[in-house]
Structures are given as structure tokens and as C-alpha cells.
Design a protein. Structure first.
Lengths: 283, 283
């Protein structure tokens, strides 16, 4: 019987092992400067923070510790968004991990948790959009330098997340009761075959539903919509089962263009955790 | 900066990710009942025992805990032998992890450590040869049932390992000052390319040097020698660089015949740990 922190680390590992995950590092693909081994080391490094989340540390401090540990590898940001989902989910995990338990955790976050979230940005570069001018003092890229402005305005971590929706698919999970994370868990349980294939299928289904935040941030909304439309075509054709080469071509195309649907991977990792924790998938 | 326990867990992950590793599960190959995900979960599960080894628990109890955690997955024995190398190496790790530090750790093992080693066999089935008749009472497959006989004879864990040489390539490391583990670390540092390729090259070089214990146990010594001879031909031809398809054919052939050089993988994992700990490879 694994602990919740162990399941969360394993979810990070299973996520990166799922293949094919078009545009992202997976069991069969490295990118130029971001390789499989960086994700392995990121998951190992995150464990201490995940254990803190399980054992009652504040969400902000557990998240900062998880990110600091994750960043102890040379690939840069591998799993920041995934940890922003996993830390509250680990805290919510118990006899019955469900959406209301996860909602209760994020609802109880404080200004101190928001400060921990900002401090996490000191440890790693994260690709985010510019904030609106009136929120410039709260630009997350300021890291701990933004904490005084944050405390002055008295914003909790949940309120920070509310300001980031709709532009951020991870923040949206915080606001919408982890809707897509739990949906991903149900799809993982319903899918068939080895877990790496189920993970790939659920990743593609998530990508087909909603433009990926990281793609939109880096390449614009039109590109993000195009990627989602193409994923939706592949899902409609059941291409993973019937035309794997079409999926591989899509994967090659995204990799060639440097398009990495990272937010979709984050939600896939959260879904893997929920499914492991509920025992609806097993390893 | 990773802790020694983190480096040991990462070494287990990097080992299984190395590809091609003929006959074994690797980043590109699953076996019928033993898949990549089982090794990921085995590494996650082993961490607690590795942390105990680092923080001063007895070698026997740390090893038993590591094996118990490793076995919390559905694939069976994934990393027993690797942990039997990693636990003393983690204990020996400090400012200067070297062979004499590792030798000192195994020299100081006690009868209680041997009892912990036997108890570890209660958690998982391990492929081992039949012992000589006079040692039947000490057959490791008896697990904790053999502990009274062990205590009566007053054998330390090092003495148990001495009885297992030359038939056991992991025990041989205990007796020979972790000679091949440290040699593997030096080769990993000297090799070039992504870590998964270096790992594959070092695995093949180890396999080429000495017949694999697990192959000999399961398939006989002649088969183990044949495998080593073929590996040596491929190393002599520098086939990983010049004729990758020959290595892939060798890998397919071993997988088809159910030949898994598991002991060679164990030593590869130990080498990865030593190299990570010394900073001669980085992730």
C-alpha cells in the first residue's frame, strides 16, 4: 500500500512514461534540452514537498518545497504545474478523495499559502503570460519580491488562482473543483491496455477538449486552437487504435515546431494520481 | 543537491530508462508480465528503506524495508539485487564515497543484519540457485523461517554473502569491495552522449565481461557464457555506435528466449548511484 506522497511521485513518473504524448517528452521522445531523465529527477526531487503536503504542512510551504526539489535537475521546469495540482490533491487524499474534498483544501488556503506559491517561482523559470497592468506588482515572475504587495492586498492562494483564470488551465482546476483532473482519472480507469497507452489516450482526449495553456502562452491562441482541433480529429478517428502513424506524425510535427502541451500533461498527472489513490488503476 | 537516498532512487530509475539493455525491461521494451511501470513503482517504493540506510538504521533492517517497499507493485521482483548493492553504498556515501568506505560498511554487518536480509525474502520471490545440502537450513528462500538456524550458526550478513560467491554476482560485489560497481561508475563518467545511451553502453560492457548470475540460475551456465560471448563481440565491434541493429537483434533474441541479465542491471544501477554521488555524472 503506497502512501499518497508515493502515489503522487509515481503519477509524475507514469505521466512522463505515457507514450505517445504529442509534443512532450515521453518514454519514446526527448526534446533538445529537456530529456526523460530530467523528469525522472524532477519527480524524485518533488517527493519531500509532497510528503509535507500529506503530513499537514501548509499548502504554500509544501508547494514551494516540492518545486525547489523538482528544480534540482538541469532541465529547468519539468513539473511546476503538475505539482500545483498534486499538492492540494495529496492534502485532500484520505478515505474518500473526491472533488468536494479537493475544493475544501483550496478554499482554506491563506495569504501565507499565496506567499509560498510566489516563493516557488524563485526556484525555476516558468512560462507565464504578462499580467494585466493593474496586477503588475503581482506578476508571479517577481517571485518572493512580490510577497509584500501580495500581503498588502491580502490575497489568498485561491484568490490568486481566480485572477489567473481563464488564461491558465491549472488555475482553472483550482476554481472548477479539479473537474478535468477527476474526469481524466475516470477515463484512465475506463481505458484498456498497458498504463502507458492509457495515459497517452487520456492525454490526447484532454488535448482535444481545450486549448493548452502553455501552448497558448508560447505560441498564441490560434496555434493552441489548431493543436486542439487536430487532436480532436485524431480522437474522433480513434487514431491511437486505428492509425497510430497519424498520431506519430502529429507528435513529430509538434516536436519540430517546439509546441509542448505542458498544461495538458499536468492534468494527466493529476488524473493519474486520483486514479492511483482511488485504486481505480493499479501498478 | 540531492540526498544519497534520492540519488539511489534516481539510479534505479535511470537504470531502467537506459536503452537498449538486451534482455531487460528498458525505456523501449516491456516484457510480458514485467513492465516499465513496475520498475518505476519499485523505485518509488524503495525510497523509505534507502532513507533509513542513509540515516543510520542497521543495514539489514534498511534493506528489508527497501525490499518491502519495492515489492509494493504487481510485477514481482524488480530491484532486489540492486537494493542489496545500493543499501550499503548509501550508508557508505559521504564526503568521499570510495571502495574502502563501502568495504567498511559490509565488514561491520552483524547476525542481525543477516536476519534482516533473510526477512526480505518474505516480501518477494527471488530467483536463486539451490544451496549445497549442508546449507539447506540456510536456504534464503526460507525467508524468516531460516533466522533461528542463522542465529544458531552466528553468521553475519558478510559471511552469508561469502558463502554465495562465486555463484552470485551481487554477493561477489560485497566480497570484492564493489569492484564492478565502481568500475561501472568510471565508465559512465567516461562515456559520451545522453545518459540513457551511456547506461546502455556500460550495461553491455558489464555483460561482456562476466556471465550474468540470473541468466546462469535460470538458463544454465552455458547459456550465460554464450550471452556474455555475444555481448563481448558487440562491444569489440563498437556495435552501439556502428551497428545498432546488431544490438537490437541481440536484444530481441534474448527477450524472445526469456533471458534477462538482471544481475548486470543491478551492477549498472549501483554504478549509476556511485557516479551520481560523486558528481561524475549529472542530471
Amino acid at each position: 500500500m503506497r502512501t499518497s506522497a508515493q502515489n503522487a511521485e509515481l503519477a509524475l513518473l507514469l505521466e512522463v512514461a505515457g507514450t505517445p504524448k504529442p509534443g512532450n517528452v515521453d518514454r519514446e521522445r526527448d526534446l533538445a534540452d529537456l530529456r526523460f531523465e530530467h523528469f525522472l529527477a524532477g519527480a524524485v526531487g518533488a517527493r519531500d514537498g509532497l510528503e509535507r503536503a500529506a503530513s499537514g504542512a501548509t499548502i504554500g510551504s509544501a508547494f514551494e518545497r516540492a518545486v525547489e526539489g523538482m528544480a534540482t535537475q538541469e532541465g529547468g521546469n519539468t513539473q511546476f504545474g503538475a505539482l500545483l495540482l498534486l499538492v492540494p490533491l495529496v492534502r485532500a487524499a484520505g478515505d474518500d478523495l473526491d472533488r468536494s474534498a479537493a475544493e475544501a483544501v483550496v478554499r482554506e488556503t491563506t495569504v501565507a499559502d499565496a506567499a509560498g506559491f510566489y516563493r516557488a517561482f524563485d526556484h525555476v523559470d516558468v512560462a507565464v503570460d504578462d499580467p494585466p497592468a493593474e496586477l503588475d506588482a503581482l506578476d508571479v515572475r517577481r517571485g518572493s519580491d512580490a510577497v509584500p504587495a501580495l500581503e498588502e492586498r491580502g490575497l489568498t492562494l485561491l484568490e490568486i488562482m481566480e485572477q489567473s483564470v481563464p488564461g491558465d488551465g491549472v488555475a482553472r482546476e483550482w476554481i472548477e473543483g479539479f473537474e478535468r483532473s477527476f474526469a481524466a482519472a475516470e477515463r484512465l480507469a475506463a481505458a484498456e491496455g498497458p498504463l502507458s497507452e492509457r495515459t497517452a489516450a487520456v492525454f490526447l482526449s484532454l488535448l482535444a477538449e481545450r486549448p493548452d495553456t502553455l501552448v497558448a502562452t508560447r505560441h498564441g491562441e490560434a496555434t493552441a486552437r489548431d493543436v486542439t482541433d487536430r487532436a480532436a480529429e485524431l480522437v474522433a478517428e480513434d487514431a491511437l487504435a486505428t492509425d497510430r502513424r497519424a498520431v506519430d506524425r502529429f507528435a513529430d510535427d509538434l516536436a519540430d515546431r517546439g509546441i509542448n502541451p505542458g498544461t495538458t500533461a499536468d492534468i494527466t498527472a493529476a488524473g493519474l494520481f486520483v486514479a492511483l489513490e482511488r485504486g481505480s488503476i493499479a501498478v
